[in-house]
Design a protein around this ligand. Structure first.
Ligand code: OAA
Ligand code: MG
Length: 480
């Protein structure tokens, strides 16, 4: 696929669009994870822009080396937390490349607008440092002032070179930098963090879409997360916001329906002093539970969400326990790639005897248990970010607001039909993703206009038609 994209970009995108369900797992999770792990030995051509510590003071010049001048979307990583695979250093470049291929194929953005960036501040992955084919700097990760200064230079240079409306997507940064960068640049740049906000929106969409199957409202659910990092706390916060608005209760009260388990056990008040700031809103009064199983037994959640980056952590005991007190437990194993999924679709459906509603971050095919076939949706931020980018571009958005992610989630949930639900699917199939992205783009753009964050005036009357008409199609021009 990489060879094809080099030789004939239009054909690459045509093939991807026409065979999206088959090829998504190649260009994206799970194969992209393996590609990053082996990136040094399979490297042929750059495909994106590499910015290293050595280029401090010259980042703008480096950007000017990129052949396209009208860049509107940048996906940037520093490679420290690539999917659930950990620190892959500069080889994390596969992720921005994969994500941007989806901006084009799933969202309909022009390839020339897209810039993948990998920032090289070293790696703490000793295996890579010892690997003769490693493509990055052979040093431990720099942190603190030197790190901040390089990122800051990049952020300023991107805005200077491509203007105020270049959308910068932070991807697969480690927790400590992810929250910091989002807070730091959210007010001065058009930025979002896909792992915090994109994943949150896609999870919320699946939960909202599943309500006709479980009955009741979101506020009637009790949520337990394994994993309290970017994805876990991002999803928790969007759920709490949605519940607080829909049930008209204070955010604090909505948050109390949500519990997190991290590597040390249940996040509770008594752990407050040692908790990272992003977990503290979910540190409720409860005795300590050291394991996920004991937390499931104690809290009796209706929804179990895995965002731990740790494979095989939803064990048989855990799944059997949650299905012992739920008619239809919701089980979302969101970690990527497949090897890091908290459980497989097969395990979930087998262990709960077909009772659960299952979705996962990486794709699983249909599963047959006791002669009955079960399907599972792919709860992946790939449903959200391409539409988010499309919406930003058609409306000339200058800042991202959390409400735009809420709208994106609602738009996605609204496209789940009875036919999908009858199959146990809480997401629409990827086959229709370009239409889905156009709907999300229109919803995002509408919200941006409402919030005064859209600069393209006058506002198009029909934003959906506008989004669809702007989508890139990889067709050949007729020659005579
Ligand atoms: O890339 C994906 O498949 C979803 C994602 O952002 C992650 O797992 O970090
Ligand atoms: Mg990611």
């Amino acid at each position: 696929m990489m060879d094809l994209s080099e030789r004939n970009e239009r054909l690459f995108f045509k093939l991807l669009i026409d065979n999206v369900e088959e090829l998504l797992p190649v260009v994206y999770t799970p194969t992209v994870g393996e590609a990053c792990q082996k990136y040094g030995s399979i490297f042929r051509r750059p495909h994106g822009l590499y910015i290293s510590l050595k280029e401090r003071g010259k980042v703008l010049d480096v950007l000017k080396n990129w052949p396209e001048k009208n860049v509107q979307i940048i996906v940037v990583t520093d490679g420290e937390r690539i999917l659930g695979l950990g620190d892959l250093g500069l080889q994390g470049m596969g992720i921005p490349i994969g994500k941007l291929a989806l901006y084009v194929a799933l969202g309909g953005l022009r390839p020339s607008l897209c810039l993948p960036v990998s920032i090289d501040v070293g790696t703490n992955n000793q295996k890579l440092l010892d690997d003769p084919y490693y493509i990055g700097l052979r040093q431990k990760r720099t942190t603190g002032e030197e790190y901040d200064a390089l990122i800051h230079e990049f952020m300023l240079a991107a805005k200077q070179e491509y203007g105020e409306k270049v959308l910068i997507q932070f991807e697969d940064f480690a927790n400590h930098n992810a929250f910091k960068l989002l807070a730091k640049y959210g007010r001065t740049h058009l930025v979002f963090n896909d792992d915090i906000q994109g994943t949150a929106a896609v999870a919320l969409a699946g939960l909202v879409a599943s309500l006709p199957l479980t009955g009741g409202t979101l506020a009637d659910h009790r949520f337990l997360f394994l994993g309290a990092g970017e994805a876990g706390t991002g999803i928790a916060e969007i759920i709490a916001t949605e519940i607080s608005r829909k049930a008209n209760i204070p955010l604090e009260e909505a948050r109390r329906k949500i519990w997190l388990v991290d590597s040390k056990g249940l996040v509770v008040k008594s752990r407050w002093d040692s908790l990272q700031h992003f977990k503290r809103d979910y540190a409720h009064e409860h005795e300590e539970c050291k394991t996920l199983l004991s937390a499931v037994q104690a809290l009796k959640p209706t929804v179990l969400i895995g965002t731990s980056g740790q494979g095989s952590t939803f064990t048989k005991d855990v799944i059997e326990t949650i299905s012992s007190f739920n008619e239809k437990p919701l089980i979302f194993a969101l970690s990527n790639p497949t090897s890091q999924s908290e459980c497989t679709a097969d395990q979930a459906y087998t262990w709960c005897k077909g009772k659960c509603i299952f979705a996962s971050g990486s794709p699983f095919g249909p599963v047959t248990v006791d002669g009955k076939t079960y399907y599972s949706g792919q709860a992946n931020n790939a449903y959200i970010f391409p539409g988010m980018g499309l919406g930003c571009i058609i409306a000339g958005v200058i800042r991202i607001h959390d409400d735009m992610f809420l709208k994106a989630a609602e738009a996605l949930a609204s496209l789940v039909t009875k036919e999908h639900l009858d199959k146990g699917l809480v997401y629409p199939p990827f086959q229709n993703i370009r239409k889905i992205s156009a709907h999300i783009g229109a919803a995002v753009a509408a919200k941006a206009y409402e919030l005064g964050l859209a600069t393209r005036l006058p506002r198009p009357d029909d934003l959906l038609a506008c989004a669809e008409s702007c989508q890139y199609s990889p067709v050949y021009r007729p020659y005579r």
